[in-house]
Design a binder for this molecule. Structure first.
Ligand SMILES: NC(=O)c1ccc[n+]([C@@H]2O[C@H](COP(=O)([O-])OP(=O)(O)OC[C@H]3O[C@@H](n4cnc5c(N)ncnc54)[C@H](O)[C@@H]3O)[C@@H](O)[C@H]2O)c1
Length: 256
């Protein structure tokens, strides 16, 4: 079925990590299409800036504080979001971080647990929270932010992050297959390097950026809105036979 012009009008998406980068860009793509957007993030000031940008283009949104590593925070944010819009049709679990770089022998428990917490447990908690709601409706699409790094292993500084993203790919596959006959689709996205504050948080320097670009045949980083448009397609009925897998979006590179 083709994507209809008003397919997203008055539908609702909840986006975690919507205060910055890919989450913010995706929020604006969905707002442009007429969807209500729940802007969820641990950074409420950043979430308010996203909300302001949505309102500027005439969109409707609701901002909520959510720490994806804390199950009770996830639960109360979802309760508030459902109360605000009644129905949530789509979930984009975008919150994620590499936290910091460390060579394998220098990874301590705090870094391991932290990377697993924000990248893997966060997705697990959010999917467990939304699925009963989606199952009641008999439909829903979940998109999870994974990363090309799950394919490369993150050697040289980002192994906990890459391993956690591997968990995201597998979790998504399991949920998609378990609920495929009940109207639910779940997909993950595995981007190569995208131009967002992500690398600043992860402690990447200019040299890392130059190396990342050198590995992309298109010769540039991805733009966050290029991921947002893909999330839109994944959530649309034009994508109705696609579920479970991860989709690579990387300008032809990102394998290093
Ligand atoms: N930028 C890249 O190169 C790249 C590549 C592959 C995958 N990704 C993934 O895409 C997603 C978005 O990354 P980005 O590039 O937009 O990064 P970003 O740093 O710009 O945004 C991450 C957002 O997550 C939020 N966040 C952090 N901890 C949180 C928590 N505990 N609870 C709720 N929100 C929290 C931050 O406040 C921020 O708004 C991440 O999952 C990232 O791993 C990014």
């Amino acid at each position: 079925m083709p994507k209809l012009p008003d397919e997203f009008l008055n539908k609702t998406i909840i986006i975690t990590g919507a205060a910055s980068g890919i989450g913010r860009a995706t929020a604006l793509v969905f707002a442009r299409e007429g969807a209500n957007v729940v802007v969820a993030d641990i950074n409420i000031a950043g979430a308010e800036l996203t909300a302001e940008a949505i309102r500027q283009i005439g969109g409707r949104c609701f901002t909520i504080h959510m720490d994806v590593t804390d199950r009770s925070s996830v639960k109360s944010a979802f309760t508030a979001a459902i109360k605000e819009f009644g129905v949530i049709d789509f979930q984009f679990n975008c919150a994620g971080s590499a936290l910091r770089r460390a060579s394998f022998l220098e990874i301590d428990d705090a870094l391991w647990d932290g990377a697993m917490g924000i990248n893997a447990s966060g997705v697990f908690y959010c999917m467990q929270e939304i699925l009963p709601h989606m199952l009641d409706q008999g439909r829903g699409v979940i998109v999870n932010a994974a990363s090309m790094s799950h394919k490369r292993g993150g050697a040289g500084g980002l192994i906990p992050y890459a391993a956690a993203k591997g968990a995201v790919v597998t979790l998504t596959m399991g949920v998609a297959r378990e609920f495929a006959s009940r109207g639910i689709r779940a997909l993950s996205i595995s981007p190569g390097p995208v131009d967002t504050p992500f690398e600043d948080v992860a402690g990447g320097d200019e040299e890392a950026r130059v190396r990342a670009v050198a590995d992309v045949p298109m010769g540039r980083l991805g733009r966050p809105e290029e991921i947002g448009e893909l999330v839109l397609f994944m959530c649309s009925d034009a994508c109705s036979y696609m579920t479970a897998d991860t989709v690579y979006v990387n300008g032809g590179g990102g394998y290093r």
